[in-house]
Design a protein around this ligand. Sequence first.
Ligand code: SF4
Length: 289
Amino acid sequence: MIVLRAAEMGMCFGVRDALHVLDLLPDPSDVTIHGELVHNPEVLAHLDHRGFHRQPEDHRRIPATPVVLVTAHGISERERARLQAAGRQLIDTTCPLVAKAHRAAQDLVASGHRVIVIGRRDHVEVRGIVDDLPDPIVVERAGDVTTWPEPRLGVLCQTTTQEALADDLLARIRAANPHAEVTFADTICSPTRARISALAALLPRVQALVVVGGHNSNNTRQLVAAGERAGRPVFHVANAEELDIGALAHFGIVGLTAGTSTLPATIDAVETALRQVGTTERRPLSDAG
Ligand code: SF4
């Protein structure tokens, strides 16, 4: 099998830097990881093995350990204050691009806008942004768009939102609110953008696509969706063990990409396994869809 790697894929600097901070902590048993650090089962198993505590972000329960680690996804100022008031020392690994989205939301509020966040309302990053906002709106899909009474609406995105989805929802928001001044703050992060455009360049060259990443990972799902929209069979796996070798053997040229929390070693293991697949059929690219 021929395996073509996307020019940009895998771990972003935000996740890498957060994991580096964790590597340097001498006593993991004193530390609770607050919220979801990464949606990657292999990384989480490694952290559990080192002795870190993990706790879903929970506005009722204060972590029992003296130290609380804020993940790359960030938390609200309200939650930060609550943890500090309970005497917890915070280690903050919030990605600077998530912090930029928080600032954009606050700037929009300060300039008199009601804020609309395009993203997944159950995602920890979105919860962290909207928790500090007065009367926030979250738009996940076209059906969430309606007419709002405010004369000024400020729109921003969860950092891992696909540009095409953001463009579509922004256009719908403008169309449904012709009375309002709609301001857009572009908070899609550059690694997400780079991975989507590298995938767009790769897809015409492959018959099928393998996407490596956690099954709950938002940005990994976006890569899967982009492959499906292009009409390619997509195999979403968390690691090499999940590869369906029998199904993949039907393809001669397979593309490889990975979400932003996927370890390089996991990607390499998937690539190695793919290269060992003896293909039973070599369909020409024109048959790929
Ligand atoms: S996906 Fe983007 S915003 Fe999220 S941690 Fe990585 S670089 Fe930061």
